[in-house]
Design a protein around this ligand. Structure first.
Ligand code: OOG
Ligand code: MG
Length: 261
């Protein structure tokens, strides 16, 4: 048993299996029991990912969520969260996203960090930056497994923070200040979101600082070779078949995605 009365290990396993099933079958499910604690939600997330790892998926890092005001406002959740990334989520350049494999996918503009050293616990921004091997423009495809993309903090954490897929643009060694780079998200050639890396906790490195602290709270660590997604800088945009998405980040270049049926 762990956490709140009434929800035992069995239940957490069952919820993890239900989320896994919702994801693999691309079918929305109802929100979870509101009495779940945040600890239990992260436990469900770990159990859900353990199922995916048992099927051969490899961990590649983590994603941060709700690191910008725009994202908090869009979803009505005001606490930072994190989720686990696997190699199956990576979309190679030129490979389309299959809409049919998602419940109701959305895309958001992000920055990805690639680590060259482990990070753990309370660190400062200088330490975090020294552990960064490369940065890249990145698109995150989020796909809540809950009906109508509606969730509470514990719901979304259990659902691996809506992780679905990601596209990473060209990696570059970090040069100059990353703190206020323009970000333009276009869909089919029309500007849909315009922002700045400054929207991510004032500076995207602060998201890496927070990531090191938040994973340590769960007894985990970031390792060399890990990818850390800093979180959406703007609100997310709904995806439909036929769309072509392009993110341009000042000085870092582009990440693109096309959506198939
Ligand atoms: C939850 C995931 C949030 C971000 O970048 O803020 C997130 C969601 O919005 O469904 O990925
Ligand atoms: Mg995101």
């Amino acid at each position: 048993m762990s956490g709140a009365p009434g929800l035992g290990v069995q239940d957490l396993d069952a919820i993890a299996a239900q989320l896994d099933q919702a994801c693999t079958s691309a079918t929305a499910m109802p929100q979870l029991d509101p009495s779940l604690t945040l600890d239990q939600a992260y436990e469900i997330q770990a159990k859900y990912l353990a199922r995916r790892h048992a099927r051969g998926e490899r961990p590649i890092g983590i994603k941060m969520g709700f690191t910008s005001r725009a994202k908090m406002q869009q979803m009505g959740v005001h606490d930072m969260i994190w989720g686990r990334l696997t190699d199956r989520m990576l979309i190679e350049a030129g490979v389309p996203l299959s809409r049919a494999r998602c419940v109701h996918p959305r895309v958001e503009p992000e920055i990805a960090f690639l680590l060259k050293a482990p990070l753990y616990g309370r660190i400062d921004a200088m330490t975090a930056m020294a552990a960064v091997a490369a940065v890249a423009p990145a698109l995150e495809i989020i796909d809540s497994r809950y009906e109508n993309f509606k969730f509470s903090l514990t719901d979304v954490v259990a659902d691996n923070s809506s992780s679905s897929a990601l596209v990473i643009g060209p990696w570059a060694t970090p040069e100059g200040d990353l703190g206020n780079l323009g970000m333009l998200l276009e869909i089919d050639g029309a500007a849909r979101q315009i922002g700045s890396t400054a929207a991510i906790l004032g500076h995207p490195i602060n998201s890496l600082v927070a990531a090191a602290r938040l994973v340590a709270e769960r007894g985990e660590r970031l390792s060399a070779g890990d990818i850390v997604m800093a979180g959406g800088a703007t609100a997310a945009e709904a995806l439909a078949p036929g769309m072509y998405v392009k993110l341009t980040v000042e000085r870092l270049g582009c990440a693109t995605l096309s959506v198939a049926e």
